[in-house]
Design a protein around this ligand. Structure first.
Ligand SMILES: [Zn+2]
Ligand SMILES: [Zn+2]
Length: 304
């Protein structure tokens, strides 16, 4: 059995789903944000400014920034009360309609996320480690499509980039969110304005670079997340997992609780690992290259 997205037709498109501009608290106008992503070899990005009253609830129309070989998805980072710890929710919504209505009076984060999901958006829990989002919080948005397993800005500015701990707990709890890596770039660093950019992205497999086809692929989980390494194929046959990828030094399979299996090596581009121990559970694959950069597969529920 070939795992998604490697069983899907089309090609991989590289995209950043989360970043800010002068439409909220970022330092660069959307035109320059788009230019930098295009110049770095990305195929698409989502201008996801803070959807708040103080910024006049921006959903930036980036359609004019589309060029041959580069497209945009409309979206925003949604905010409303409140996690159990009192922080306002940060909910990434990619693929929002341009006329998505501002927060209703008294609307909570989970209600707002539900409205975005019903409007067709790909909804993700942003940077859970950074602001202390718990499993109990996540259960209120059990319909979320994804969680950020890596966020560049939270790595650079707070040393709290991670979402995998929560991802594993959500999987054990019965939810199956996908894993995304994003930048959340604000381009505000005084020394290097790219310091919080180009650190984590998604590779979406789709037949065309049309926004609608990218959004459908995201909603179906036809992608993987990366900081650098490429995943090229993952397949399970006779309780062996076969993987091909760019050169890496560790291939790890993770499952519930303490279940894991790691293969170390030098410049490995393919491997076979036993997965019988994961049968009846879920598993996910992480590869790590010589520079410590990772790529994450989406979780896969492995039938008994
Ligand atoms: Zn945020
Ligand atoms: Zn953000």
């Amino acid at each position: 059995m070939i795992l998604s997205p490697f069983d899907k037709p089309g090609q991989f498109w590289r995209g950043n789903l989360h970043c800010h501009s002068t439409r909220s608290d970022g330092d660069l106008p959307p035109e320059e944000v788009a230019r930098r992503y295009r110049a770095q070899g990305y195929h698409f990005y989502c201008q996801s400014d803070h959807f708040m009253a103080e910024f006049d609830y921006p959903i930036t129309d980036t359609t004019a920034l589309r060029t041959p070989g580069f497209t945009t998805l409309l979206g925003a980072e949604l905010h409303a009360p409140a996690l159990a710890n009192g922080e306002i929710w940060h909910i990434l919504a990619v693929g929002l309609p341009a006329d998505f209505a501002p927060n209703d009076e008294g609307e909570t984060g989970p209600e707002l996320a539900r409205r975005a999901s019903q409007a067709g958006a790909f909804v993700a829990l942003a940077h859970p480690q950074w602001y202390g989002l718990t499993l109990e919080d996540a259960r209120q948005i059990d319909f979320a499509d994804a969680i950020e397993v890596f966020n560049t800005t939270c790595a650079v500015q707070a040393d709290r980039p991670d979402g995998t701990y929560l991802l594993d707990q959500m999987l054990l709890d019965g939810m199956t969110p996908y894993a995304i890596a994003t930048d959340d770039a604000h381009f505000r660093d005084a020394v290097n304005s790219n310091a919080d950019a180009f650190g984590g992205w998604v590779m979406v497999k789709a037949e065309t670079l049309e926004p609608s086809s990218l959004l459908a692929a995201l909603k179906s989980g036809d992608f993987y997340a990366s900081q650098g390494p490429e995943l090229r194929h993952i397949e399970i046959q006779n309780d062996m997992l076969h993987i091909t990828c760019s050169a890496v030094e560790r291939i790890t399979i993770l499952g519930p609780r303490a279940k894991s299996e790691t293969l170390p090596g030098k410049a490995m581009t393919s491997a076979h690992l036993p997965v019988e121990a994961f049968r009846g559970d879920w598993l996910r694959v992480v590869v790590t290259d010589a520079a410590g950069k990772r790529a994450w597969s989406n979780p896969f529920r492995f039938g008994a």
